[in-house]
Design a protein around this ligand. Sequence first.
Ligand code: ATP
Ligand code: MG
Length: 564
Amino acid sequence: MKTTGDFISDCIRADLQSGRFTRVHTRFPPEPNGWLHIGHCKASFIDFSMAEQFGGKCNLRFDDTNPEKEDYSYVEAIKQDLRWMGYDWEDREYYASDYYEYLYDLAVKIIQKGNAYVDDLSEREISEYRGTAGADKGASITPPGRNSPWRDRSVAENLDLFGRMRAGEFPDGSRTLRAKIDMAHPNLVMRDPVMYRIRRENHYRAGNRWRIYPMYDFQHPLSDAKEGITHSLCSLEYEIHRPLYEWFIREAEVFPSRQIEFARLNMTRTVLSKRWLLRLVQEGHVSGWDDPRMPTIAGLRRRGYTPEAIRSFISQIGIAKNDSTVDIAFLEYCLRQDLNKRALRVMAVLRPLKLIIENWEDGAVEILEAVNNPEDAAAGTRELPFSRELWIEAEDFAETPPPKYYRLYPGNAARLRYGYIITCTGFDRDPHTGRIVAARGVYDPATKGGNAPANMKVRSTIHWVSAAHAVPLEARLYEYLFAVDRPMEAPDGKDFIANLNPHSLEILSGAWGEPSLANAALEQPYQFERLGYFVRDRDGALAFNKTVGLRDTWAKIAGKQPEG
Ligand code: ATP
Ligand code: MG
């Protein structure tokens, strides 16, 4: 399987060998209209790692030419997330909005060459005149579009009108500047695309100096050229725009950057578009862009993902040149691989039931030793207090055991992790409610460390915390944000919001953790033994987000390629 980067690095290597370029310079070009998501991890990984692989550079460029939706808060969030991912653009932080004057001059140059004109058609008329692909159902050829009546204006008139557009003489949407290419071109993108539109909007960075704003297709290639970008790597939806990318570079007579496309990342159980993610935030379906259920970098980070796990995922999914959907279970598999190596093992009880050890002296405390990480001897050991009253998971006790139940029930023995073997002697009921409030048992002093005597068969090990020493904590359990694999495929007349999973968050506020958790650092991965991986959240007194469960569902569906 070709991995991410192989396909693009082949192209770049060929360019260096042929002498088309003598160096490699890429850019990552987010629009600051939302927070980065895992799709952007793929794009940025490719941009930064290609530069690194060929000893080149990668710029960070904010592609900020839409005044309506862009904002500084997004610029800051994007930079913070990229830094966390481990990318370094040194001082090469650029903004397309700093190029407005340069772009304007190039537009004038194209007008002067007779290859751009001011059009008085409305934006709706322009698209009508342009036509649509395969207009008749089943038609294999695209009927030609119609020329605008304003297409043959003189250069002088175009220059005059364009200058007055800039000066703010005309209302929004009343005129555009268009490239004069070919209204019969089979590729609709080439049918006299719009270069500038009039918008009297305040831009978060450029202020109100500009009344016209460049379109993406015009701005992007020329911004690449200005920065001397050799390889402009972008997702596949830009493939049909590539002839236009090359047209603007040729007409503007600037540095010949080369556009190469890669497959967009799609993933099951989520949506990967800032537009849709913004709706989740605005409509309050999540607590914010960094809600731990969001596929944003900030959400994944808060959930307990590591940059290494994300990079490992990105580098293992193929980049065959077709869009496809990666199973989210594969992302979780990469995450577990990484967390297994670095997580500190601890014990916490999420749905507690008291266990009273009847033959343990009241008030006596024994300090047991526990291993912090069996995968990493350097992580050392820690002390665990053991005493007469413990918290165990309610489900580790049964009044009447179901078939194949080997944990605690009256008469049965189970091992307490790092501690003793306990034989269950009974339980206490609340006299009013009838609920079971405690299990009871006796320990065997000869079983310290969990070794069962030869005549005893102990088939299960359960986790616990000492009630007198435990710290109260809140556990936040997550399921997928969407209840179906492909959220965008919504039932008739509904949109993806209808596919939200109403049970994606469960908060357990009465949980208990072993004492070492009181000082848990943010972003320190923990494995709560038998329960899953957890990480402390920045909100709440002592709250932990469940990062992912222990059981690997990917192994089951492996054999299935992550892409394809
Ligand atoms: P969105 O639909 O989320 O707004 P976008 O393409 O408009 O995505 P940009 O900020 O313009 O977002 O994207 C910056 C870069 O990230 C572009 O080069 C784009 O091709 C790439 N990119 C965006 N989404 C994905 C994705 N799902 N997979 C791979 N690359 C992506
Ligand atoms: Mg975009």
